[in-house]
Design a protein around this ligand. Sequence first.
Ligand SMILES: Nc1ncnc2c1ncn2[C@@H]1O[C@H](COP(=O)(O)OP(=O)(O)O)[C@@H](O)[C@H]1O
Ligand SMILES: [Mg+2]
Length: 248
Amino acid sequence: MSELLELTGIGKSFGAFQALSDVSLSLREGEMLGLIGPNGAGKTTLFNIITGFLKPDSGQVRYDGAAIDRLSPGQRVARGLVRSFQKPMVFPALSLRENIAMALRQHAGQGLRWPGGAAKRAADAKAEQLLARSGLTRRGEERMADLSYGEQRMADLLMALALEPRLLLLDEPTAGLSQQEAERLLGLVRQLEARTTVMLVAHDIDIVFGHCDRVAVLHLGRMLRCDTPAAVRADAEVQAAYLGSLAA
Ligand SMILES: Nc1ncnc2c1ncn2[C@@H]1O[C@H](COP(=O)(O)OP(=O)(O)O)[C@@H](O)[C@H]1O
Ligand SMILES: [Mg+2]
């Protein structure tokens, strides 16, 4: 497997506060990497740097073999570097199906115009496929605002998947979900895993250790360890900093 994403020596401070220090990390094509760490560790800041919403003070982001520091967030999305937001831009008064179709149209460069003919049929078919894969076909006509919290989180994921990610960054997609809902969402992500490289932030240790190929631990803005779930779980420093009572 080749490296899809390579972070080298990433540093970021907000005023006098050092949020990230010398963070290096690489993701192989097709792998699913869990990113864990206490609140404030710098996980979201790292996602913001990878997606181009924040500029690092130091270090470099390489994606698909090239430095992407100069690319805007939109240019990164066009290359398959996609994140799901905890509060994505959705149209609450439109149906789930229409929201997915909207994401598909934006991805196809059609903006918010209502396409006709072949483009519309292709978008509708893709929206249908995404709904079917998530088990939400029967909820397609519901307004976004009327979906349950769990369905909305699933809808966030579908919207990100509509952009055909090559690298998908998920920032706490399972927050507030029941164990069953969280497993279903991760199941959908894993169906894609062979093709899509995934970086997942989640607080639920069972989800992260159960689904990810490797786990990276951020602590106070530093990369403490990045290794297989078993090695990370057994690491004394990680246990002291984060896992605490999980010691086996
Ligand atoms: N735009 C910002 N301005 C000032 N401080 C920020 C900003 N964004 C994040 N921080 C701080 O950086 C630290 C890391 O935040 P964050 O990356 O959101 O952590 P995590 O996602 O791991 O909980 C926190 O202490 C947070 O308050
Ligand atoms: Mg965060």
